[in-house]
Design a protein around this ligand. Structure first.
Ligand code: DOR
Ligand code: ZN
Length: 346
């Protein structure tokens, strides 16, 4: 059957980097155009660790949303070795924090203040489990002896599996899943464990980064892995399982910060996120599962209503520009220079 358009409840982005200041002002409209809500990552400098900082950041985001657009940022608390369980309890009760974010220290951009040992946040996790506050997890170990391509799998064995066993009532979102071990773990874990999947990890494997030259715009963390991992992710995302849902991990860095001797990790995919995802569902002959992944599984896991508004994508070519000038910086979007087969019409 050929489909010429698809209308679904307005999706949400369950993992997003909006940055701050001029970059925030330049990028937030791209997300607000397609998504109703987004889980906003707290890895600013300094990180968003307490309620007051999250309230202030939320207001800066709202102030930056272009006129006439309706967008709700859902804030997260950046966990550190010194996080105060009572601050989490208060932020969650007041509706400021939707979730807390675990960055293993040193795992990625602005994670230096992250958690050095999971034992250090045991008290926080106990309170979160008690009050039903979800934990968003960057699932990579950082030990120098672990190969970067194995860091997700080792994180499952060393950190996540024991954690889920000890605190089975804790809601965990294994973010930006990149490996077949991750798919297997989430798929066989209890109902409190879910995962987000980015567009890039559905489209590219590590060859995109390394064949024919080093391609910094395909570099993000966790890094794209071998083809069999990409295929496992595509099966999971398009399977219809409510454990897997949309989270772009759109992470803007100026072109020159990526095209550098030590290029930043992160792919700016917000402008064509839905076009990118739906291409995968079409190729996998799973367009009937797109709505669940994009619009329903995330709200269900977070205990939030599905958005009432709808959005439509049409089966018509959409050319992704080579570069997008957001004022604060020139950004190279995911799929730069490619033509995608779907167009977001709002
Ligand atoms: O590629 C990434 N970029 N992965 C992350 O975990 C962080 C993000 C960023 O903030 O740039
Ligand atoms: Zn991220």
């Amino acid at each position: 059957m050929t489909v010429s358009s698809i209308t679904v409840p307005r999706p949400d982005d369950w993992h997003l980097h909006l940055r701050d200041g001029a970059m925030l002002e330049g990028v937030v409209g791209y997300t607000a155009r397609q998504f109703a809500r987004a889980i906003v990552m707290p890895n600013l400098t300094p990180p968003v660790t307490d309620v007051a900082a999250a309230v202030a950041y939320r207001q800066r985001i709202l102030d930056a949303v272009p006129e006439g657009m309706d967008f709700t940022p859902l804030m997260t608390a950046y966990l550190t070795d010194n996080s105060d369980p009572e601050e989490m309890r208060r932020g969650f009760a007041e509706g400021v924090f939707t979730a807390a974010k675990l960055y293993p220290a040193g795992a990625t951009t602005n994670s230096d203040s992250g958690v050095t040992d999971i034992a250090n946040i045991r008290g926080v996790l106990e309170v979160m489990a008690e009050i039903g506050m979800p934990l968003c997890v960057h699932g990579e170990v950082t030990s120098a002896d672990v190969d970067i391509f194995d860091r997700e799998a080792v994180f499952i064995d060393r950190i996540l599996a024991p954690l889920v066993k000890e605190l089975p009532e804790q809601k965990v979102i294994f973010e930006h899943l990149t490996s077949e071990q991750g798919v297997q773990f989430v798929g066989s874990a209890g109902e409190n464990v879910a995962a987000t999947i980015t567009p890039q990890h559905l489209h590219i494997n590590r060859n995109a980064m390394l064949v024919g030259g080093m391609r910094p715009h395909a570099y993000c963390l966790p890094v794209a892995k071998r083809e069999r991992h990409r295929l496992a992710l595509r099966r999971a995302a398009t399977s219809g399982s409510s454990k897997f849902f949309l989270g772009t991990d759109s992470a803007p860095h100026a072109r020159e910060a990526k095209e550098s001797a030590c290029g930043c990790a992160g792919i700016f995919n917000a402008p064509y996120a839905l076009e990118s995802y739906i291409a995968v569902f079409e190729a996998e002959d799973a367009l009937d599962h797109f709505e669940g992944f994009a619009s329903r599984h995330g709200p269900a896991f977070y205990g939030l209503p599905v958005n009432e508004e709808t959005v439509t994508l049409e089966k018509r070519d959409c050319v992704v520009p080579d570069e997008i000038d957001v004022g604060a910086a020139k950004l190279v979007p995911f799929h730069a220079g490619e033509t995608l087969g779907w167009t977001f019409v709002g």
